[in-house]
Design a binder for this molecule. Structure first.
Ligand code: HEC
Length: 139
């Protein structure tokens, strides 16, 4: 029996902890990167110590979500770096930065390090623009 297509599994699991090889870049972006990054950006704001003293009291469940999202992004990062999907140095650099920052986010979420997590989430946002400005059709 053939295993269910990855996209179906991803859809059912809401892209949690996804392993995203085999997918097109576009599908990875839509099903894993976009939802994962939006969780990272949201939690990044909540745990940022610069946002006030309550940031450190973020509930356990929220950190779990953050960790799951960061792991999903790390999986995509490994895939984006492991196979150069588009020509040019910019791809290798943006993909490597993405992978490094996703890993930073995993580590910070594991330690519940608010400052580290919010920085990783912020910096990760810069890699989206860096790669898209060259490789994604605008419009
Ligand atoms: C290493 C390169 C690279 C990085 C880093 C990257 N992207 Fe992308 N992204 C692409 C490419 C290439 C496309 C266009 C894919 C296509 O249409 O074939 C794309 C498309 C998208 C799309 C549109 C998908 C659709 O429905 O057409 C979204 C949303 C997206 N990226 C989100 C993100 C976010 C959020 C980040 C950062 C957290 C990010 N991407 C980081 C390369 C990258």
């Amino acid at each position: 029996m053939r295993p269910a297509p990855l996209a179906v599994i991803l859809g059912l699991s809401l892209a949690g902890a996804a392993f995203a090889a085999d997918m097109s870049v576009r599908d990875q972006m839509k099903t894993v990167v976009e939802p994962g990054a939006s969780t990272l950006f949201a939690v990044g704001g909540e745990v940022d110590p610069a946002n006030g003293p309550d940031a450190a009291t973020v509930p356990e469940a929220r950190w779990d979500e953050a960790l799951k999202a960061a792991k999903a992004l790390k999986g995509v990062g490994a895939d984006l770096t492991g196979s150069q999907k588009k020509p040019g140095e910019e791809w290798a650099k943006a993909a490597a930065d993405f992978a490094t920052l996703a890993d930073d986010a995993v580590k910070a979420a594991t330690k519940k390090d608010g400052a580290g997590f919010s920085k990783a989430a912020n910096d990760l946002g810069d890699t989206c623009t860096a790669c898209h400005s060259k490789y994604k059709k605008q419009g």
